[in-house]
Design a protein around this ligand. Structure first.
Ligand code: ADP
Length: 615
């Protein structure tokens, strides 16, 4: 058992993982089983030839009529033909499945990514897992393609192994038990020699794979440089301007040389490893061939088998050897690929930890919602520092509120907590007096329309971007467009709301500017029609005229909703009734612009610092 453990390390865990991969494969590619038909045919086909030639030879030696032999040959050819046709049918189905497989197997990843706690998406390990999947997909075949490829080889080898044992076994058993003593001894010796060679071969394949993996890890950091150079420098359009202006050619060349040195060193190590083991495996294969032919010749000489049987048994034993070596090779590949599979499955198995409540959110026509932060403190996962500390704030519906403060003072974090992207580390957030963790998460999120600083505009249609859905209420979308002042852009769209943005999928797609993108994101927030509208630096990408339009039209844009906006431009804060001044994760001042501008404190300092530019 221990020995087996060494030859097939971790075999049980391996098999468990493969079975799970197969279940996933089956769920998303129900047609994959047709592949087994091909595997079966592939494994069985060589035996048709082996059996046919042996039967023909025996018939020839026995002096059977030529018609009988022709019938035999025809039957053999017919069987081969049918099997080959089945195999091709399976290959065709497999190819059809293969093309879309990468995307289908991305589906569980996509679902998981969209459904996991937001906090997880920012977790370092989770990011690393995702980056790795991305890396595999870009560089090589992705995890399922590799898995299926090796599984196919493994199963085909298994089929051949089974057929060869079935073919050879009666003879082997006969030689061991029924024949002369020398024959039995010789048979046992040949079998032992073969088995030993196979084990040695397996050992070599395993060593070769382990070393290959070790080389890969040894050079992992260098490979990161290589990928970076290829993606960001060699094939990058963006780097061109800086390279010219700052004369960076020399620097790039020196890193390029380093990259080439890395490649050379690594490939030399790979080649040395391969030559050593391929050499040994070749030698073993030759030895095994020698043993088989010597043995079969001996049997033929001793008169214990017919000429036809010589062909059949020699062929079958040879298939056995090939199948066993293939089996050990694909087993090893699968074993070494298991790390990728583990990572894929680890990602799918990530557990959501945020409490999921069930209480529905009260549907209030009057929109009276009161949100309260009570002694809220928060640290980002894995961080020692508090991003918010002992915060107490009340937000009333219908109010305009501005959050101001230096970079890193906690404003965006406050918004993330408010929308329940994170839960507080300490303290509670209440909606109409109830802890927000008790509400149904989806319902609670419906209350908020947020334009984050790093909002995303997709290269889908304008309408879809605003509606956040493939079903677009055109009237509502147009209203949102008007309110944020995007009519100018709208008039330029050749297909109206159906015009694709950017050129990723459509040659006639509309490239939009940073400011237009920001307004589109705002239109999306208006379209959602949630009671709370939150804008994080809503005008950073706008020109001063557009910015002024936004702020003067703010009341119209927001309507009766509660609006919260984060801005560095204090002039914009004058439009809000209440201003919260953040400093080091806390609200240090609160009040209207007029009162705060009079009060001694951070707000006045910031206001004066900015005002001097406008005087
Ligand atoms: P502001 O919006 O006022 O500029 P933030 O709320 O973005 O400030 O950041 C508050 C603090 O939290 C900063 O010190 C920032 O570095 C830290 N922080 C923000 N996002 C993360 C994160 N995902 N992980 C760890 N720390 C973060």
């Amino acid at each position: 058992m221990k020995r087996k453990g060494k030859l097939f390390p971790d075999a049980r865990k391996d098999i468990r993982v493969y079975l799970r991969m197969i279940r996933l494969l089956n769920r998303y590619n129900p047609g994959w089983l047709v592949l087994l038909l091909g595997v079966l045919m592939d494994g069985a086909l060589p035996f048709v030839a082996i059996w046919l030639s042996s039967l023909l030879l025996d018939a020839l030696y026995a002096g059977r009529p030529v018609t009988q032999m022709m019938a035999l040959a025809l039957a053999g050819a017919g069987v081969s033909l049918v099997m080959t046709a089945l195999k091709h049918f399976s290959v065709r189905q497999k190819n059809v499945m293969w093309w879309g497989m990468q995307h289908r197997m991305a589906e569980p990843l996509m679902r998981k990514t969209m459904e996991m706690d937001y906090a997880l998406t920012e977790n370092a390990r989770v990011r690393a897992l995702r980056a790795r999947q991305d890396e595999y997909r870009k560089k090589e075949r992705d995890v399922f393609e590799r898995f299926l490829e090796q599984l196919e080889l493994l199963l085909a080898a298994l089929v051949r192994l089974i057929f060869s044992v079935i073919t050879v076994w009666p003879f082997f058993a006969g030689q061991l038990s029924g024949g002369r003593r020398e024959t039995a001894l010789f048979t046992a010796a040949a079998a032992a020699a073969l088995l030993f060679s196979l084990l040695l071969n397996h050992w070599s394949v395993r060593k070769q794979g382990a070393r290959r993996q070790a080389i890969h890890f040894e050079h992992e950091d260098e490979n990161r440089l290589n990928t970076y150079m290829m993606d960001e420098v060699v094939l990058s359009n963006e780097a061109g301007k800086d390279i010219r202006i700052f004369h960076q050619q020399r620097m790039m060349e020196s890193y390029g040389e380093q990259m080439n040195r890395n490649w050379r060193r690594m490939t030399r190590q790979y080649a040395a490893n391969d030559i050593r083991h391929f050499g040994l495996q070749g030698l073993l294969s030759a030895c095994m061939g020698g043993i088989v032919y010597l043995y079969v010749a001996f049997c033929a000489w001793a008169g214990s088998i017919s000429t036809g049987s010589v062909v059949r048994y020699a062929g079958a034993v040879w298939q056995f050897i090939q199948a066993a070596t293939d089996l050990s090779a694909s087993w090893n590949w699968l074993h070494h690929d298991r790390m990728q599979m583990d990572e894929y499955l680890e990602y799918l198995d990530l557990k959501n930890e945020m409490k999921k409540g069930t209480i529905p959110v009260e549907k209030r026509k009057d929109g009276r919602f009161l949100v309260e932060f009570r002694n809220v403190s928060f640290r980002y996962p894995g961080s020692e520092r508090y991003a918010l500390r002992n915060l107490n704030v009340r937000l009333n519906i219908g109010e305009r509120m501005a959050l101001v403060g230096r970079n890193g003072s906690g404003k965006t974090t406050f918004v993330k907590l408010l929308c329940r992207l994170y839960d507080p580390t300490e303290g509670t957030i209440l909606l109409n007096g109830v802890d927000i963790r008790k509400y149904d998460e989806q319902e609670y999120r419906r209350l908020f329309s947020v334009v984050f600083q790093d909002f995303q505009i997709f290269s889908f249609s304008m309408g879809e971007n605003i509606a956040g859905s493939t079903r677009v209420d055109e009237e509502r979308a147009m209203d949102a467009i008007r309110r944020v002042g995007l009519e100018g852009l709208y008039r330029k769209l050749p297909e109206g709301l159906r015009t694709m943005l950017n050129r990723d999928f459509s040659d006639t797609g509309m490239e939009i500017s940073g400011g237009e993108a920001q307004k589109t994101a705002m239109a999306r927030a208006i379209y959602k029609d949630a009671p709370f509208v939150i804008l994080d630096e809503p005008t950073a990408a706008l020109d001063p005229i557009a910015e002024n339009e936004i702020y003067t039209g703010f009341h119209e844009i927001i309507g009766k909703k509660t609006a919260l906006f984060i801005s560095h431009r204090l002039s914009a804060c004058r439009f809000s009734r209440e201003i919260l001044v953040f400093e080091n994760g806390n609200v240090v001042q609160q009040g209207s612009h007029e009162t705060l501008a009079e009060e001694e404190g951070l707000y006045r300092k910031m206001w004066q610092a900015q005002a001097q530019y406008y005087r």
